[in-house]
Design a protein around this ligand. Structure first.
Ligand code: AMP
Length: 423
């Protein structure tokens, strides 16, 4: 029989790697909470139409990367490729705009895209992100970018670059689209196959192309920022001024477009360098999507969000895997004492201690070895028949290499004191 393996591009995270993940998640949760974001949890599966209508038909995600299936009720469903569409759907569905003028949501969870797997690019990957509904910016935009930079700094990522651009709004994009098409059309034959197709459907996406020929042709293309109307320009300048006031370094990247259609005005990316990151160096991407709530059937609510890839941050921050350790282990010198051990373990845990024991009935020696080597226990409590008769337990302090006998009734307090003093 063939051995079953995980789906290509989808990874297991084993327990020893989890502490590194938790550290990133905890830092994300803490900083978003300090900024007034509250966590939202939406389903992992959504109607396919949600992503088509929000991300856009002529995007890589919708054209090639979605995990879409027809369920037994003939509904067309898709595993979410990103978090914003679902958040906006929920925001509209629960009429949140009617209850509060500004809503700040955060989320953290797996996303699914059928991309070509590589280091830092997976088919199931984790994103932590936020959405802020109801504030047209640009101060909230700057605040969000600064929050990401602060978070990455707290996680030890110093070598990074913040790129910002503005896509403008209203007819800015239409006018730019025309100019870009006019620039590229004479060289149509030299564009990659994808870009030839996109020249008609979504020329802005050509700026994002990885093909060297496309990049060369785009090098002389007009800049988006030159097409901004006065209000968009003021917004973009407001963002830059606010970033300067916050002391957040950034660079204007006039060709930054990003792969989702719903963006308007502010766009940003945070790129990292070094570590094991390699080519997939975009840690975080975000932008404003002022028209999306309305596009999906809601009111006119300006919004902005970002998402960062947890795996990419882990590639950059490194750190060793660590096995979980326990405060105290319980071992029995005789298998007949296992019920007593069970009760003792429960009492220790009830007092808040991390306690574990091997109750398979093996030798005392193997139980002690496991307590020291595998569980990393600070102390071991050994139950023996003679001690049990006398109502005492043997306490082995593994750090001090000492042992003592203590009355059963005092065990929990004594272990608590020992653990407290070693922390
Ligand atoms: P996006 O939703 O495309 O704007 O991506 C936001 C962030 O999610 C990126 O900057 C990456 O850190 C991460 N990300 C996107 N796609 C993948 C993927 N296939 N594998 C791992 N991380 C990803």
């Amino acid at each position: 029989m063939t051995t079953l393996r995980a789906v290509k591009g989808m990874n297991d995270v084993l327990p020893e790697a989890l502490p590194r993940w938790r550290r990133v998640e905890a830092a994300f949760r803490a900083i978003t909470a300090r900024h007034g974001y509250a966590e939202v949890r939406t389903p992992i599966v959504e109607p396919t139409q949600l992503f088509i209508r929000s991300i856009g038909e002529a995007t890589d995600i919708v054209e090639k990367e979605m995990y879409t299936f027809v369920d037994k009720g003939d509904d067309m469903l898709t595993l979410r490729p990103e978090g914003t569409a679902s958040a906006v759907r929920a925001y509209i569905e629960h009429a949140v705009h009617g209850r509060e003028p500004i809503s700040k949501w955060s989320y953290l969870g797996p996303m699914f895209r059928r991309e070509r797997p590589a280091r830092g690019r997976y088919r199931q990957f984790w994103q932590a992100g936020v959405e802020c509904f109801g504030d047209g910016g640009p101060f909230v935009d700057a605040e969000m970018i600064d929050m990401v930079v602060t978070l990455l700094g707290e996680l030890g990522v110093q070598d990074l670059e913040v790129l910002v651009n503005s896509l403008g709004s209203g007819d800015t994009r239409d006018r730019y689209r025309e100019a870009l098409t006019a620039h590229l059309a004479p060289h149509r034959d030299r564009l990659s196959e994808d870009s030839q197709r996109r020249l008609a459907s979504n020329p802005l996406r050509i700026l994002d192309s990885k093909s060297p020929a496309d990049q060369e042709l785009c090098a002389g293309a007009p800049d988006l920022v030159d097409f901004l109307g006065p209000e968009d320009r003021a917004h973009f300048e407001g963002l830059q001024g606010a970033l300067r006031a916050l002391g957040t370094p950034f660079r204007v990247a006039p060709r930054l477009v990003r792969g989702l259609d719903y963006y308007s005005r502010t766009l940003f990316e945070v790129q990292g360098r070094g570590g094991e990151l390699g080519a997939q160096n975009t840690l975080c991407g975000g932008g404003r999507y002022d028209g999306l709530v309305r596009t999906l059937g809601g009111p006119d609510v300006p919004s902005i969000g970002f998402a960062m890839g947890i795996e990419r941050i882990l590639l950059l921050t490194g750190g060793a895997d660590t096995a979980p350790t326990v405060d105290v282990a319980v071992a029995v010198a005789d298998a007949s004492l296992r019920e007593e051990a069970l009760v003792l373990l429960r009492d220790l845990r009830a007092a808040g201690l991390v306690a574990d024991g091997d109750l398979r009935g093996g030798s005392l020696k193997s139980q002690l070895r496991r307590a020291a080597d595998k569980l990393g226990a600070r102390a071991v409590l050994v139950l023996g028949p003679a001690e049990s008769e006398r109502g005492v337990v043997q306490l082995k302090d593994l750090a001090a290499h000492s042992q003592s006998e203590i009355p059963r009734a005092e065990v929990v307090l004594r272990v608590q004191a020992l653990v407290r003093e070693s922390k």
